[in-house]
Design a protein around this ligand. Structure first.
Ligand code: 13P
Length: 226
């Protein structure tokens, strides 16, 4: 996709994320890999409802600005984004937001790895809560790095959620799936608790990823809660 088209798509996703209530004030950030060592990314400190294509920055693999309007600086979470690209050559986009139900699990230190919703077993698999990291520091990339080889979606302890994908729409859909799953799980808990899918059926669902054209990584049958 050309730069201008991608700038518009990033702003479109920023607006969706804000409208869905997944961010407040200046929360959240998005980046897209445009070429080797070249990324289009949201700047720090801007509401995702007011962002416009001209405000996005082009940055290099170290987080330095290649091109951008005066006064705009890279996201404070750019190290987390760049860690995803370094660890996962298959990743083309990174989305960080605070969807409230999924973030509730991150705040409660509850891994989302009950295999209870068919679509999420196929598309995502378990979603661990990664260790606490102070925003903007190397603690955040250090905390997520060990999980990236198996996961496309992570919860960030007491913070929010992170989704990666081969492209931005894929990362965005993963975040949507995460939040819907968190809502369903919460409702199930109010109704007496979610019931897990049987192990043979879980294995069968995971084996169907190819049939559905699902890209990315899957942790398999992994239980963080045990
Ligand atoms: P930035 O405005 O620096 O991108 O930070 C927003 C955020 O959500 C931090 O976690």
């Amino acid at each position: 996709m050309k730069y201008q088209e991608m700038r518009e798509q990033i702003c479109d996703i920023c607006n969706k994320v804000w409208q869905l209530g997944w961010v407040a004030a200046n929360d959240g950030n998005i980046s897209v890999k445009m070429a080797e060592d070249e990324y289009l990314a949201t700047p720090t400190g801007i509401s995702k409802s007011f962002i416009t294509p001209d405000k996005l920055l082009i940055i290099d693999g170290e987080g330095a600005i290649i091109q951008g309007q005066a006064g705009y600086r890279p996201s404070s979470e750019i190290k987390m984004h760049l860690c995803c690209y370094r660890e996962r050559p298959d990743v083309g986009a990174v989305l960080h937001a605070h969807p409230p139900t999924a973030t509730g699990f991150a705040v409660a230190h509850r891994h989302m790895d009950d295999y209870v919703v068919i679509e999420d077993v196929i598309a995502i698999g378990s979603v661990p809560v990664t260790p606490y990291g102070t925003p903007s520091t190397d603690e955040v990339p250090d905390a997520i790095r060990p999980y990236l080889s198996q996961h496309d979606v992570l919860l960030l302890e007491n913070h929010g959620a992170l989704a990666v994908g081969a492209d931005l729409l894929t990362a965005y859909y993963r975040m949507e799936s995460l939040e819907l799953w968190a809502k369903v799980q919460l409702v199930a808990e109010l109704l007496g608790g979610a019931k897990e899918i049987s192990r043979p059926n879980i294995d069968r669902l995971i084996s169907m990823r190819g049939q559905y054209g699902v890209t990315g990584k899957h942790p398999g049958y992994k239980k963080y809660n045990k």
